[in-house]
Design a protein around this ligand. Structure first.
Ligand code: PGA
Length: 250
C-alpha cells in the first residue's frame, strides 16, 4: 500500500518567524495523524528554524531545490549536504516554475534527482504540460519525455523511493484544477511508463497531483486509484487550510 503524502510547497513566501508560526499551529492541529505523511517545504532561509519546531512531530521537512555538486565555487547554490544538515528528508526537483523561469531542463532535473537520491534525500520530481501542449494533444508525449529523461538511470530501489508530482502548468496557482478523471488519466499513464522503466517499483512509487488543490477538491482527487497525495502551493500557506488537506475525508 502506498501511504498518501500531503506536501506543502511554500514557494517564495514567509520570513523565518512567519514560517515557524505556521508550522507551530500546524503541528498542534495534525497531532496524531498517522495515515497521511505530512511534508512542508519552506524557503531555504526558514529550513533550520522550522526543523527545530517540528522535531519529534509527524511533520517532515523538504527543500524546494538543490544543486548537484557537493561543494565549491557555485555562488548562490545549495548542496544536498546543506539541506540535509538543515533537517530535510525531501526535496522538490524540476518544479514548472523552475523550468519556466530558471532554465531547468530534463537533464538538470535528472542530475538533481540523482544527487538527492545519492544523499538519501527523497526527490519529488515534477512533471506537467502547459496549456498549449494540452491543446495541441501533446500531453502524453511531453509527460513521457519528462519522466523518461528526468528519472533516467537510477537503481530499482531508488526508483521505488522516488516521488513524482504531476502538475499541469495550466492548473498551478490559477484556481483551475484538473478534474479527478483528467488527473487520473495522466497518473496512470505515468505509472505505466515508470513500469516500463523500473518494473515493480511502479507499484510503490507515489504520484502526487499538484495544481490548485484545495480543501474543496482534495477528497475527490484522492479517491482516484493512482493519485497518492498532493503537492500544494496556495492552500498550504495557512495552517488551517493545510490541516483540512491533511485530514481530507476518505
Ligand atoms: P498551487 O501550486 O496549489 O498554488 O496551484 C501548486 C504547486 O505549484 O506546487
Amino acid at each position: 500500500m502506498r501511504k498518501p503524502l500531503m506536501a506543502g510547497n511554500w514557494k517564495m513566501n514567509k520570513t523565518v518567524s512567519e514560517a515557524v508560526s505556521v508550522v507551530k499551529a500546524l503541528k498542534g492541529a495534525v497531532t496524531g495523524v498517522l495515515d497521511v505523511e505530512i511534508l512542508v517545504c519552506p524557503a531555504f532561509t526558514a529550513l533550520y528554524e522550522v526543523n527545530n519546531e517540528i522535531k519529534g512531530s509527524n511533520i517532515n521537512l523538504g527543500a524546494q531545490n538543490l544543486f548537484w555538486e557537493a561543494k565549491g565555487a557555485f555562488t548562490g547554490e545549495i548542496s544536498t549536504a546543506m539541506i540535509r544538515d538543515a533537517g530535510c528528508s525531501y526535496v522538490i526537483v524540476g518544479h514548472s516554475e523552475r523550468r519556466q523561469y530558471f532554465g531547468e531542463t530534463d537533464e538538470t532535473v535528472n542530475k538533481k534527482t540523482k544527487a538527492a537520491l545519492a544523499a538519501d534525500i527523497t526527490p519529488i520530481v515534477c512533471v506537467g504540460e502547459t496549456l498549449k501542449e494540452r491543446e495541441d494533444n501533446a500531453t502524453f508525449s511531453v509527460i513521457e519525455k519528462q519522466v523518461r529523461n528526468g528519472l533516467a538511470d537510477i537503481t530499482l530501489q531508488q526508483a521505488s523511493l522516488t516521488v513524482i508530482a504531476y502538475e499541469p502548468v495550466w492548473a498551478i496557482g490559477t484556481g483551475k484544477t484538473a478534474t479527478p478523471d483528467q488527473a487520473q488519466e495522466v497518473h496512470s499513464f505515468i505509472r505505466k511508463i515508470y513500469a516500463q522503466m523500473y518494473k515493480e517499483s511502479a507499484e510503490k512509487v507515489r504520484i502526487l497531483y499538484g495544481g490548485s488543490v484545495n480543501p474543496g477538491n482534495v477528497s475527490d482527487l484522492m479517491k482516484k486509484s493512482d493519485i497518492d497525495g498532493g503537492l500544494v502551493g496556495g492552500a498550504s500557506l495557512e495552517a488551517e487550510s493545510f490541516t483540512k488537506l491533511v485530514k481530507y475525508s476518505k
